[in-house]
Design a protein around this ligand. Structure first.
Ligand code: TRP
Length: 335
C-alpha cells in the first residue's frame, strides 16, 4: 500500500540525535513503537535541526544521527512499514516552520518552560532557534496531518502550543491541519535514575545514572551493582519509601515481561545483590541482540544511507501536500 492511500491515523515521534538513547527511552517509548505500526502510519523523525539549537560538534552530530537511525531499526522498527527519516532531509520542515513563525506569538513562546530552562543553562548562546524551537516542532507534527504524538512530560507544553498554532491557523483559513492529541500508552513504566531514584533516568545526567542501549554487558552490570537502594534489605514495590528497589523491580519486569508482583515473587528470600544480578542478566539478555543488530547496521553505511534517503523521499511526498495547501491558503503565488 502506498504511503498516501493508507487510512490509518498518523503518529509522529521525534527524537533529537544528541547523546545516547538510554534504557528509560527504550522501555518507555522505543520498545512499544514496534507495536504501533499495526494501528498507525508512523513517522519517526530524527530531529537534527532541533539539535542545532545548542552547539554541536559537527562530526559527532553526523555520527549520532546515523547511530539513532541504526538503533531505531535495531530495536525492531521496520523501515518499510514505518517512515524513519532525518528532519533536515525534508526541506518542508524548515519551510513550514517559517510560515508558522508568522502565526506564533513572542508572548506564548517566551512562556515555554524548556526555553526558560535552556536559556538559563546556555546563557552564552540564547539564539533565536532556541526561542522558535516549538514552532519547528509544530511544523514537524502538522506537516503530516498527525493525529497522535507520544510525548513525555517535558514535551507536553510543546504539543499544547502545536495545537494552539494549528487551531489558530485553521480558524483563519479553514481546516488545513489535523489538530494532534497526545498519545498516552496503556502502561507507562517510569524508569528512574540509578544514582538518584527520585529523578527520571536521563542521558543528560551523569553516566553512572543511566544505562545506554549500547553499553557493554560489563558496564551494565557495574552500573546496576552500584545502583542506589536502601538499608532495609527487603525486595518489594514501594515507590515512596523504596524508590531504588522499586526502580530495579520496574526495570526487571520491563525486561522480562513479568508483572512487578511476579518479579518480586521470583526473588523471594533473596538479597539486593541477587536482585541487581537478576536485573543485569535480564537487561543484558534483551540488549545483546539489539546491540548485535546495531553493529551490523552501523557497519553498513550504504544500507543506512539508502534507507534514510528512501524514507526522506516518502516523508517529503506527504509533507509537500500539506505545505502546498498552506502556501496557497496564505496567498503565496504558486504559478
Ligand atoms: N523536541 C523533542 C524532544 O526533544 C523532539 C522532537 C522534535 C519531537 N520534533 C518532534 C517530538 C515532533 C515529537 C514530535 O524530545
Amino acid at each position: 500500500m502506498s504511503d498516501t492511500s493508507t487510512a490509518k491515523p498518523v503518529l509522529y515521534s521525534g527524537i533529537q540525535p544528541s547523546g545516547s538513547i538510554q534504557l528509560g527511552n527504550y522501555i518507555g517509548a522505543l520498545r512499544n513503537f514496534t507495536k504501533l505500526e499495526k494501528d498507525y502510519r508512523c513517522l519517526f523523525g530524527i530531529a537534527d535541526l532541533h539539535a542545532l539549537t545548542v552547539r554541536q560538534e559537527p562530526a559527532a552530530l553526523r555520527k549520532q544521527t546515523q547511530q539513532l537511525a541504526a538503533l531505531y531499526i535495531a530495536c525492531g522498527l521496520d523501515p518499510d512499514a514505518n517512515i524513519i527519516y532525518c528532519q533536515s532531509h525534508v526541506p518542508a520542515h524548515a519551510e513550514l516552520a517559517w510560515v508558522l513563525n508568522c502565526y506564533s506569538y513572542m508572548g506564548e513562546l517566551s512562556r515555554m518552560t524548556q526555553y526558560k530552562d535552556k536559556s538559563a543553562r546556555h546563557s552564552d548562546n540564547i539564539n533565536a532557534g532556541l526561542f522558535t524551537y516549538p514552532v519547528l516542532m509544530a511544523a514537524d507534527i502538522l506537516l503530516y496531518q498527525t493525529s497522535v504524538v507520544p510525548v513525555g512530560a517535558d514535551q507536553k507544553q510543546h504539543l499544547e502550543i502545536t495545537r494552539d498554532i494549528a487551531q489558530r491557523f485553521n480558524g483563519l483559513y479553514g481546516d488545513v491541519f489535523e489538530v494532534p492529541e497526545p498519545y498516552i500508552p496503556k502502561e507507562t513504566a517510569r524508569i528512574m535514575s540509578l544514582t538518584d531514584p527520585t529523578r527520571k533516568m536521563s542521558k543528560s545526567d551523569s553516566e553512572e545514572s543511566y544505562i545506554a542501549l549500547l553499553d557493554a554487558p560489563d558496564v551494565i552490570r557495574r552500573k546496576l551493582r552500584r545502583a542506589v537502594t536502601d538499608s532495609e534489605g527487603e525486595i518489594r514495590v514501594d515507590p515512596d519509601n523504596k524508590p531504588g528497589v522499586t526502580n530495579l523491580i520496574t526495570i526487571l519486569s520491563g525486561m522480562t515481561g513479568q508483572t512487578a508482583e511476579e518479579a518480586c515473587a521470583s526473588l523471594a528470600g533473596k538479597g539486593y545483590g541477587e536482585l541487581k544480578d537478576a536485573v543485569a542478566d535480564a537487561v543484558i539478555e534483551v540488549l545483546t541482540p539489539i546491540q548485535q543488530r546495531y553493529q551490523q547496521l552501523i557497519a553498513d553505511k550504504d544500507y543506512l544511507a539508502q534507507v534514510l534517503n528512501t524514507n526522506a523521499e516518502r516523508a517529503a511526498a506527504l509533507a509537500r501536500r500539506t505545505l502546498r495547501k498552506v502556501y496557497k491558503k496564505v496567498g503565496l503565488y504558486q504559478g
